[in-house]
Design a protein around this ligand. Structure first.
Ligand SMILES: [Fe+2]
Length: 253
């Protein structure tokens, strides 16, 4: 027969299991540590604690492996152009802070981090003479070729596996514009995936700061002016505002 105390304990364990299933291992483990148990229940809670600890350790190792593999891919892309080295890592760091400000879930933040790191991975297939271009504007045919990189990036990242489907989708659309004038699909407004809208703003922000062979990086004031001007036209106004909030909070330069 199940007593009231057992019932309460079973309910508490069910809550812990649900929390762990959502990836909240730390809070699940600390909830387990707070349970007051005796007898058989004590043994059960101990066993669940051990199990969760091992699953969490395995997940951390797996996450490290995935992140390391992605970093290696990005480093391969960075090696192609001295002018853009480090860009993807900076965009990823900033995008995650903007995503946190927009209160994305932990799962979406993880996807955002990976998509931002890999957003230009398709440039691996772009000829170096285009990447190393030293003029402010590409020749029309070179620009057309450059415009292929979001689709190439989506194709590369899709191959990682089904879990990377929405990451690949975010990469495909990172050059769309809020007003529909971007590429590759001319999506507009909220039909552009939110992760792509965040990457678009952070990508532009970092690109404007970078020194290029043909132009010096812009000042923070100039960049703010450009983003303000494109707010609601080139970029999602809410994302631009979130970036300004992150910059004002001093979380990024
Ligand atoms: Fe790009």
């Amino acid at each position: 027969m199940t007593t009231t105390t057992d019932r309460t304990m079973i309910d508490a364990l069910a809550t812990v299991a649900r929390e762990a299933a959502e990836g909240g291992y730390a809070s699940a483990l600390s909830a387990l540590g707070r349970l007051e148990t005796d007898g058989a229940m004590h043994g059960l809670v101990d066993a669940i604690t051990l199990l969760l600890g091992r699953v969490e350790a395995r997940e951390i190792r797996l996450e490290g492996l995935v992140t390391g593999t992605i970093r290696a891919l990005v480093a391969a892309e960075d090696a192609k152009s001295q002018w853009t080295a480090g860009h993807s890592f900076r965009v990823a760091g900033l995008a995650v802070r903007v995503g946190q400000h927009l209160r994305l879930t932990r799962k979406r933040l993880r996807e955002l981090h990976y998509a931002a790191l890999l957003h230009d991975i398709g440039k691996i297939g772009t000829p170096e003479r285009i990447l190393e271009n030293t003029t402010p504007q590409l020749a029309p045919e070179d620009f057309e070729e450059m415009k292929m990189h979001p689709v190439a990036g989506e194709e590369i990242v899709q191959k990682i596996g089904a879990e990377f489907k929405s990451i690949a989708h975010a990469i495909r659309h990172h050059h769309e514009r809020w007003d529909g004038g971007g590429y590759p699909d001319g999506l507009a407004g909220e039909s552009i995936p939110v992760l792509s809208r965040i990457i678009a703003v952070c990508d532009s922000y970092d690109a404007m700061r970078m020194n290029r062979p043909y132009q010096k990086g812009k000042s923070p004031q100039e960049i703010r002016g450009i983003l303000e001007n494109g707010r609601g036209r080139a970029w999602d106004a809410l994302v631009v505002d979130a970036l300004f909030a992150v910059l004002d909070a001093g979380a990024a330069g």
